[in-house]
Design a protein around this ligand. Structure first.
Ligand code: MN
Length: 502
């Protein structure tokens, strides 16, 4: 994964001086065991026990330290014993990192015959975490509440999901996105307020003339082009005409040159994502196809037609899903199979679908492309693998952002698609085609999405909580009339909650 920095979360245990030094030693050693136990249970990166906190000064100091430390993705708060919550006001009010409230208890079972007041004093989260929860609610703080014993697999699942999102959030802060050219002309949904996006999500979108990219492409040396063509030959099923000695090998070499130039540009600027547009290709001989597909596979965000919001969302989804099975790609709802016994969506793009979602070895081909007015672009062609997945779309409603999610089930195409020269995914929408598309269109969801087998609705809910944006999910339980009401209520809620900062 390109430009992904090391992360940790800090387990911050709340207590107070009332208990004396002996019990506090036990509380600290229990906390160490919880942090080590969580780290060992499959956490995506370490959970580090930070310290016990018994005073406003200490809590404020650890929150400021978390704000300053670039490796700290967030805090996990746990009130092992009772911790009067006014001590937390100053610290949590100044905290700029996400936190999760882990409502757990060191001992799973009560030792019924032996239980005494010492045991009661050392296992007090039942009321200590309620005092904390009151303050979080009173201060209207965004957070995730996770309930259960710290060895419970469901607790691990929910906490580790949040940790992935906290790392994704950390990754977006200060992230740079390169935008070659502007938006596809007259398109609405791919537009938006880049100032609002930077203030809300922390990433910056900067425009570049495609000529800057073209000069990087021209500067690529012959040996590098040869090496990359050899890598293509090893990794993909390369069409005969594109192979060395083939009639169209020059097209393959040009595609490799574009990939190498794009890589140099993105690495040189420390970018985490990029957009292109077929309406601005001056100096490029092909619309970038395989280049974009392979850069996405390396973890770069991407948006076609200048779509910087989907680009940033895709980078976020790539970071969230990093290390999980299943790929993540840029996607577009392209065409429908409206069979009343089971309608399907065929998702694809002109070229730019990430090979991380491929069912088998992609085939590397060259075909004409009617738009862009350049030479035929080289692209990877494949079917996406069957399995549960989701599509997510971030739109700008003018006064706020809305994230729309639809859970889907990818199926094998009912028949082969020998004449379709692009990578594609075929899916069934949850709960059904009409409800899902009706809800998506009512909500204003875009044709471009971030598509993933690895990222779940829970991840995106955690992201919406951290970033303070609206999320509407279309899943197996969605009913259109209720969904439409949710949209109306959300209009009022987000208007009130945002106040003059909208
Ligand atoms: Mn498109």
């Amino acid at each position: 994964m390109k430009h992904l920095h090391a992360s940790e979360v800090w387990l911050v245990t709340g207590t107070q001086e009332l208990y004396g030094p002996g019990p506090l030693k036990t509380v600290a050693s229990n906390s160490r065991a919880v942090a080590a136990g969580l780290s060992a249970a499959g956490a995506p990166y370490p959970v580090r026990f930070k310290a016990l906190f018994t005073s406003s000064e200490g809590i404020r100091a650890v929150c400021q330290e978390a704000n300053q430390d670039p490796s700290c993705a967030g805090l996990v708060l746990w009130m092992h014993t009772f911790s009067p919550s006014r001590m937390w006001i100053a610290g949590l009010s100044s905290l700029r990192k996400p936190f999760a409230h882990l409502h757990t208890q060191f001992n799973r079972d009560l030792p019924w015959p032996e239980i005494d007041m010492d045991f009661m004093n050392l296992n007090q989260a039942a009321h200590g975490d309620r005092e904390a929860g009151f303050l979080h609610a009173r201060l209207r703080l965004p957070r995730k509440v996770i309930v259960g014993h710290w060895k419970d697999p469901e607790v691990h699942y929910r906490l580790f999901a949040w940790m992935r999102v906290a790392r994704g959030w950390q990754d977006l802060q200060g992230a740079r996105i390169a935008r070659f050219g502007d938006n596809m002309r007259r398109v609405g949904v791919t537009e938006g307020d880049k100032v609002a996006a930077e203030a809300r999500f922390g990433y910056a979108v900067d425009g570049f003339g495609v000529g800057d990219l073209a000069s990087e492409v021209r500067a690529v040396g012959e040996p590098a082009v040869r090496r990359l063509c050899a890598e293509y030959a090893e990794r993909y099923q390369v069409a005969k005409e594109l192979r060395r000695g083939g009639r169209r090998h020059a097209s393959l070499r040009e595609a490799a040159r574009i990939e190498l130039g794009l890589r140099t540009f993105l690495e040189g600027g420390g970018f985490k994502g990029f957009t292109t547009t077929f309406e601005d290709l001056h100096g490029l001989r092909q619309l970038p196809g395989i280049a974009v597909q392979r850069l996405m596979a390396d973890g770069y965000g991407f948006g076609a037609e200048g779509d910087w919001k989907t680009c940033a969302l895709l980078r976020l989804m790539k970071v969230i899903g990093h290390g999980l099975p299943g790929g993540t790609s840029f996607m577009e709802d392209y065409t429908y199979h409206l069979d009343p016994s089971g309608s399907l969506v065929l998702g694809a793009h002109m070229l730019e679908i990430c090979e991380s979602i491929a069912a088998g070895t992609p085939s590397l081909e060259v075909h004409p492309l009617g738009i862009g007015h350049r030479e035929d672009p080289v692209r990877l062609v494949f079917d996406a693998r069957p399995g549960p997945a989701l599509n997510a779309s971030m739109i700008d409603l003018g006064t706020r952002f809305r994230l729309i999610v639809n859970e889907v089930d990818v199926v094998a195409p009912p028949e082969p698609l020998p004449r379709l020269p692009v990578a594609r995914a075929v899916w069934k929408c949850r709960p059904d085609f009409k409800t899902a598309c009706g809800a998506w269109i009512r909500a204003g969801g875009a044709h471009h999405t971030g598509f993933s087998y690895a990222v779940t609705t829970e991840h995106l809910r955690d992201f919406a909580e951290i970033s303070g944006v609206e999320l509407v999910a279309i899943d197996a339980g969605t009913r259109l009339t209720e969904f439409e009401k949710e949209l109306r209520w959300n209009e009022a809620y987000y208007h009130l909650a945002a106040g003059p900062r909208a």
